[in-house]
Ligand binder design. Structure first.
Ligand code: TYM
Length: 340
C-alpha cells in the first residue's frame, strides 16, 4: 500500500521555496497516491513561537495548502498537535534512535547556532518526531525539498532499527517483517532547492533576516516586482546554454525559478532569454511570478478571513488521521510490551 505524508512548519514567512520544493509537489501527487499533509505545529515550538502568531501561522499554512490546490475532502489536511499518536510514537523513537545519529544532523547545528547548550531539547529530538509523523501512518513516500534529505535518511534508520530491535515481538504479534516501511524521499521537480534572492549560495528560508531574500504568498504584485528587480545578479547577460550557468549561482537560481513557475525546462528558458540582459529577464520573471503566486495569495487571504472554515478542515482532517494512526500506535504498544 502506497501512502504519501509530508509536513510544513507554521513559522511564518511561507515562501517560494516551500511552494516550489514542497507544496506544489503535494498538489501533483494527489492524483496518484492517498495523501496526508500536516501542519507540524509541534515541530514549530522547538524554537519559541509567539502563541497568537503560531495560531495565525497554522491557519496560514492550511490556507496555503488549500489555495494551492490540495483537496482536503479527497485527502487529509490537519495539524499535528491534534493527533496525539505523533507524540507517543516519537517517545518510542527517542528510545530507538541513538544520540550519535542526532549529533550528525546539520539542520540542528545550523538552527542551534553557537550556543548549542541553550538549544531546546525538542530541537535536538526534532528528527525523531519527524520520523514518527511519517511512520505513524506507515507512509511510503515523502515529498520534501532537498534540505530535508538527511532527516529522511534518519527516519529510514529509525524504522529499520525498530524493525530489527523488536523483530521477534513483531512476528509474535502477527505482523510482517517490515512492520514499518522504509519511507522513500521524493526530492524531485525542477526546484528542489530554491536559493535566496540576495545570495545564490544560501537557500531561501523563513528565518533569513532580509525580506528581500524571499518571495512570499503575502507579497503583492509591486512587492514581488521590487524584490525581483533587487535580486542579486552578475554583470554578464544570460547564457544561451545551461552549461553557461556554472559558477553563476544567482543567475542559475533565477532561471530555475522561471522554469519551475513556467512548467518548462532551463534549456527552454535560455533558448528564449539567452543573451538578454538581466533587466529584461527580471521583468518577465516578475510578471510570471505575479501571475502564478498572485491568485494563490488572494485565495489564501479569502480563506484566512474565515477561520471557522479552516479550523473545521483541520478538525475533520485530524479525525481521519487519527483513525489511521491509532491502530498503528496500538500495535506499537503491543510490540514494545506495554500493557493496555
Ligand atoms: P519546512 O517547514 O522548513 O519546509 C517545508 C517544505 O519546504 C521545503 N523547502 C524548500 N524547498 C526548496 N527550496 C527551499 N529553499 C526550501 N525551503 C524549504 C522543505 O524541504 C519542506 O519540504 N522538517 C520539515 C517539516 C516536517 C516534515 C515532517 C516533512 C516535519 N515532519 C514529515 C516531511 C515529513 C521542515 O522543517 O520543513
Amino acid at each position: 500500500h502506497q501512502r504519501v505524508f509530508s509536513g510544513v512548519q507554521p513559522t511564518g514567512n511561507l515562501h517560494l521555496g516551500n511552494y516550489l520544493g514542497a507544496i506544489r509537489r503535494f498538489v501533483a501527487l494527489q492524483d496518484h497516491y492517498e495523501c496526508i499533509y500536516c501542519v507540524v505545529d509541534m515541530h514549530a515550538i522547538t524554537i519559541w513561537q509567539d502563541p497568537a502568531e503560531l495560531t495565525r501561522s497554522i491557519r496560514e499554512v492550511t490556507a496555503a495548502f488549500i489555495a494551492s490546490g490540495i483537496d482536503p475532502k479527497r485527502h487529509i489536511v490537519f495539524n499535528q498537535s491534534q493527533v496525539h499518536e505523533h507524540a507517543e510514537l516519537a517517545w518510542v523513537f527517542n528510545c530507538v534512535a541513538r544520540i550519535g545519529w542526532m549529533n550528525r544532523m546539520t539542520q540542528f547545528k545550523e538552527k542551534a547556532g553557537k550556543d548549542r547548550e541553550n538549544a531546546s531539547l525538542g530541537l535536538y529530538a526534532y528528527p525523531s518526531l519527524m520520523a514518527a509523523d511519517i511512520l505513524v501512518y506507515r507512509a511510503t513516500h515523502v515529498p520534501v525539498g532537498e534540505d530535508q534529505k538527511q532527516h529522511l535518511e534518519l527516519a529510514r534508520d529509525i524504522a529499520q532499527k525498530f524493525n530489527n530491535d523488536y523483530g521477534p515481538s513483531i512476528a509474535a504479534h502477527g505482523h510482517g517483517e517490515g512492520f514499518f516501511p522504509l519511507p522513500e524521499p521524493l526530492i524531485q521537480g525542477p526546484a528542489p532547492r530554491v536559493m535566496s534572492l540576495r545570495d545564490g549560495t544560501k537557500k531561501m528560508s523563513k528565518s533569513d533576516p532580509s525580506d528581500y531574500s524571499r518571495l512570499t504568498f503575502a507579497d503583492d504584485a509591486d512587492t514581488i516586482a521590487q524584490k525581483i528587480r533587487k535580486a542579486k545578479t552578475d554583470p554578464e547577460p544570460l547564457p544561451t546554454e545551461v552549461e553557461g550557468l556554472a559558477g553563476r549561482p544567482e543567475a542559475e537560481n533565477l532561471v530555475v525559478i522561471y522554469a519551475a513557475l513556467a512548467d518548462t525546462t532551463r534549456e527552454k528558458v535560455l533558448a528564449e532569454f539567452g543573451g538578454a540582459q538581466f533587466s529584461s529577464f527580471k521583468g518577465a520573471l516578475a510578471d510570471l511570478a505575479v501571475s502564478r503566486l498572485g491568485p494563490i495569495g488572494a485565495e489564501m487571504k479569502r480563506l484566512q478571513g474565515d477561520p471557522a472554515y479552516i479550523d473545521g478542515v483541520l478538525r475533520d482532517g485530524a479525525d481521519r488521521a487519527r483513525a489511521i494512526a491509532a491502530p498503528v500506535m496500538t500495535a506499537v504498544k503491543d510490540i514494545v510490551g506495554f500493557v493496555r
